[in-house]
Design a binder for this molecule. Structure first.
Ligand code: G6P
Length: 610
């Protein structure tokens, strides 16, 4: 989390940095700051609590001028959001730093620096790095050597950008555990946490490898690897389009992204289906060879992506007959694994930079899994680069912090995986052709479901003043209930919990009274009668129900029960379609409550710290 950007140019860079920060706000937005070296070789710095527009106001009233600078938008880890804890941090008016990540040996370093007489002005771990670099310079090293020496003392994850007042013709950037790209322009070079920050200025990028140090100059960028050897890294030309970063006719990015889902599923399926088959090479040229050995699957992710894993587990076991575990990455990485021979380790991530997921993958690679597969939305991400096989979800840029279209495309990707793996077990040519037909029908079903928007908005009015809402599902709908509860929590701040319907009687039913609303997901499926009994138990305790269902399921509305009648869909693909009302309930409730739903409090889109 936290976004960093830096630039060196033949012109003033303050406004370029500000523009970059605005595009990185999805990474954190509790404070922001910017430092430049001015024409008199002095470090100048502005910092402001709040979003980047607070920093912008400061820059309007007190402009900063200089041709080299670094900037930061923060998601607090060490120390609350405040002017003093905002980055850049400056040591002795000589070294400025912006940092994304966490320094784990922070306490030891802090004690050492305090003993040494350093005056620290913030509670952050990041400021320590600036002081360490300063001390190395004092001991006679040049700027680059001082940074190289400093990073040998750091434990943890970091992407950093550093300025030295006495060496204003370059700045230094380091990537170790947190993302960082170099942008190459005409008489201007950059660093940023994400290429999105730099799209208005350049389409040429270098993706630093773990441990790389970049010496960024006006006309060249020199990169050193972990061992200090100069290395060449490939230059990539991005096809990402700036237009994707505008809201178009929509009020919020999240709304736009919800309504894009039919198109993003089409994009996800593009090139993946032949007439009646899934093209397994879509996972990588050697995918077929690898898939032949696969007998088990371990799915790993965080947040919304984890909910996709839970749906994937149902599909893989029920459709493909392949045993599957799904686990949250931050748990998976820290426990003992029993790796069955022939297990495919699959990570799911919108960003491909989520620290826990990435760490889980790196750990898994040491444990003897048959192969690793990343299902991801960002082609240049670390997860993609570090996995054996890759399936890109192709959802397009997702900007709203609460994930929507990335989720539905992850589901499609998991369905493709299920069919592909199932070929070696249970799925014959005829059933594959049937599943392919189902997949092709999804975009239309999504469009029809999105047309229920105003019905969903009307139902949302019932929930907007509630403090608690329950989400109920059974079987393959349970993960979607979890996703509904997560969406509501994330953007409306209403406390929401999801339960498998059969579990209500083991505790949650104690919460039911006439004030409690439960949203139930109830398409026609095998356990519908059981679900109906569970919902009766809520009604018997005066609880209110909103049931998302289809006509054939036979529910009747009354004072206690409202219905949202959904398009009919095959039971296996119901999760995709029933996700839409979950997203739209949360969206409309958040709009009614007036929250900042594209950038909800305390959250960030890409969580690059543990
Ligand atoms: C953050 C985001 C969530 C997202 C999760 C995992 O918490 O706010 O929306 O689901 O990270 O992100 P990933 O990029 O790995 O899917």
């Amino acid at each position: 989390m936290c976004g960093i950007v830096g630039a060196i140019a033949d012109r003033d860079v303050a406004l370029v940095l500000l523009e970059g920060l605005k595009r990185l706000e999805y990474r954190g937005y509790d404070s922001a700051g910017l430092a430049i070296i001015d024409a008199r070789a002095q470090l100048q710095c502005h910092r402001a609590v709040g979003k980047v527009n607070e920093l912008e106001k400061l820059l309007v009233s007190k402009p900063l001028q200089g041709q080299i600078g670094i900037a930061h938008t923060r998601w607090a880890t060490h120390g609350k959001p405040s002017d003093l804890n905002a980055h850049p941090h400056i040591a002795n008016n000589e070294i400025a730093i912006v940092h994304n990540g966490i320094i784990e040996n922070y306490e030891k370093l802090r004690a050492r620096l305090v003993d040494f007489g350093c005056v620290l002005s913030s509670e952050t771990d990041s400021e320590l790095i600036a002081h360490l670099v300063y001390l190395h310079i004092q001991s006679g090293k040049n700027f680059l050597a001082a940074v190289q020496a400093t990073i040998t003392e750091l434990e943890g994850a970091y992407a950093i950008g550093l300025l030295s007042r006495t060496e204003p013709n370059h700045f230094i950037a380091v990537r170790s555990g947190s993302p960082l790209v170099i942008g190459l322009g005409d008489q201007i070079n950059f660093i940023a946490s994400d290429q999105l920050a730099l799209l208005p200025f350049t389409q040429q990028f270098i993706f630093l490898e773990e441990g790389d140090i970049a010496d960024v100059r006006l006309n060249e960028v020199i990169i050193y690897d972990t061992h200090g050897n100069e290395v060449k890294r490939d230059i990539h030309y991005t096809k990402l389009d700036q237009e994707e970063m505008s809201k178009g006719k929509y009020q919020h990015f999240m709304q736009k992204e919800i309504f894009e889902q039919a198109d993003s599923v089409i994009a996800c399926l593009e090139g993946r289906l032949s007439y009646q088959r899934v093209i397994s090479e879509a996972f990588g040229a050697n995918a077929n060879e690898i898939f032949k050995q696969i007998r088990h699957v371990q799915l790993v992710a965080c947040g919304t992506s984890y909910h996709a894993c839970l749906v994937g587990k149902y599909w893989l076991e029920e459709i493909a007959g392949i045993s599957c575990q799904a686990e949250i990455a931050s748990e998976n990485r820290y426990r003992q694994h029993v790796v069955e021979p022939g297990t495919l380790y699959v990570t799911l991530s919108q960003s491909g930079e989520t620290a826990d997921t990435l760490a889980a993958l790196r750990h898994a690679k040491t444990l003897g899994y048959a192969a690793t597969l990343a299902i991801c939305n960002v082609p240049e991400s670390s997860l993609v680069r570090e996995s054996d096989l890759v399936l890109m979800t192709g959802a397009g840029m997702e900007i709203g912090v609460a994930s929507t279209k990335a989720f539905t495309t992850q589901l499609v990707a998991l369905f493709l995986l299920t069919i592909t793996l199932g070929r070696n077990s249970r799925i014959d040519q005829n059933s594959e052709a049937e599943y392919v037909k189902l997949l092709r029908a999804i975009p239309k079903k999504l469009r029809n479901t999105l047309m229920l928007d105003s019905d969903i908005k009307n139902l949302a009015i019932k929930l907007k003043d509630k403090n608690h809402v329950l989400f109920i599902g059974r079987g393959i709908e349970y993960p979607i209930a979890l996703e509904g509860a997560l969406k509501l929590k994330e953007i409306s701040y209403i406390h929401a919990e999801a339960f498998p319907a059969g579990e209500l009687k083991h505790g949650p039913i104690a919460l039911i009274d006439s004030e409690m609303y439960a949203i139930a997901l109830a398409p026609i499926e095998d356990s519908l009668d059981k679900l109906k009994s569970n919902l009766q138990e809520i009604r018997a305790r005066e609880g209110k129900l909103i049931i998302c269902t289809n006509e054939e399921a036979g529910f009747i509305s009354d004072d206690q029960t409202s219905l949202l009648i959904m398009p009919h869909v095959h039971k296996f693909l119901a999760p995709l379609i029933y996700t839409i009302p979950m997203q739209l309930f949360a969206y409309h409730i958040a709009v009614m409550k007036g929250t900042d739903l594209d950038q909800p409090r305390n959250l960030a889109k890409s969580v690059t710290v543990e």
